[in-house]
Write a protein that binds this ligand. Sequence first.
Ligand code: XMP
Length: 556
Amino acid sequence: MENIIVLDFGGQYSQLIARRVRDLRVYSELLPYDTPIEIIKSKKPSGIIFSGSPSSISAKEVDYAQTANNSGTEVVSAGINRSATKKEMLAAGKESLMAKKEVLAAEKKSPVVSSEIFKLGVPVLGICYGMHLITYLLDGKVTSSGSNEYGRTEISLNRESPLFEGLKEAEICWMSHRDSVSVLPENFKIIASTTSLPIAGLENSRDKIFGIQFHPEVVHTPSGMHILENFLFNICGCSPLWTMMSIIENQVSIIKDTVKNGNVICGLSGGVDSTVAALLVHKAVGKKLTCIFVDHGLLRLDEGRQVEKTFKKNFKINLIHIKAKERFLSELKGVTDPEKKRKIIGKEFIRVFEEEAKKIKDVDYLVQGTLYSDVIESGTRDAAKIKSHHNVGGLPADMKIKLIEPLRQLFKDEVRKMGIELGLAEDIVRRQPFPGPGLAIRIIGEVTEERLDILQAADRIVIEEIKSAGLYEKIWQSFAVLPAIKSVGVMGDERTYAYPIAIRAVTSEDAMTADWVKLPYEVLEKMSRRIINEVEGVNRVVYDISSKPPSTIEWE
Ligand code: XMP
């Protein structure tokens, strides 16, 4: 399978680059910038894209004279801006100089990749910081202009470059940078410029190395997709073959090879991810699959019964429904820390699966509907840990059963497309996501039966009203949250001291970023009235108007 590797230097759009490549039907993987070259090589990439970064490489000017000293020690006067002459560089030997530059940059914590990457013979495209890095590693010069250039900019393009084939001579693009390339590396030419930026794009046509100062992945660069298309199809020689059907076939064959003759269990929640994962595995192993639906008692009102009914009606897959409310609630008793809650739930899920696996016999594998966004949010080497998703960071260390996660590389919208391809009914495909730990992470503080009842009742009203306003499928998620505070109110002529309910409704593409929904006042008003009148223990309703970032979608 053709693969475009996006090396992530920490830029805010890194993931978006990978998504755009996938939108063009070429598989793309996002890897941390310090992934060893051997691993990158083993993936046989057709092309490599260097992402942007909040870091600056211009601060890493190297004192060439000192790096090249004869003692061989790496004595460096950090930050000294004394560029070497060509002669000095040659004397030092370019190879060792490059290696030392990498050490230097690493010491000063700017993310760099080994210059060995250029020896793989694979086309490279550097975006923004990525272009600076190419320049830096290949001995051009990057300087800091001292002021930011940010936003919509008109750019002149050299249309002879294969990167800009079919574009107009002047295009609009999105800039976001402080540094710029002031001296081209050897064998490079300029392919784009703006009135304030003479080098806004560069190319080494012999080695197929390209750099652009602007961001083709954002919608504000209208011809951005065309540029990425040119890179993929003209320069890397890829073909748009990564279709849903090909992903399904590929996964089915991997699952068959992995499972061999044993049995498999699948943790089913009733949501789209685990259902799609189950269908995929069923396609691969048929009757050897048993789905286990663990009702931890933290589901929405009546959800357990609904899930079982829908699943039995639509699929011919073995299903075991485990009712484990007491067990989960007793483990959660007295626990208020969100990370602890997630870990307890993650562990308990696995314990139930292991017990069931023993009963079925010959089960080595558990299927989970883990998504790419769960993996990223649970913290990878390059992304900070935001929260331990119960099915990733929340898993117990001594877990005996092995995992199959066929959706681990996919985003939610891609999983939805896969669901449709596998014949899943629209109403399941369009279901709003519901987190594995369920209402436990929407009840701030301790989870008790009383608080669970309050939240289930309020949540039902929120969903009913969102559905009756025709908004359910337009919104990523809409739900109620129960904070751990009480406030004073007056009902009838009586003073009340009761909980508030917070309503949360967000739009999102992939849960990595989200915006709060500007719900019509009438809808908010009706929800508020109904919740306060119908749910005992609540005397106030508030609406959460925070986006992600800086908030997250769930409150815990
Ligand atoms: P946050 O709160 O991190 O949520 O912005 C992003 C998306 O992930 C869902 N979520 C989870 N899903 N297990 C899950 O299966 C979890 O532990 C978990 N935590 C958050 C959340 O509902 C939203 O869609």
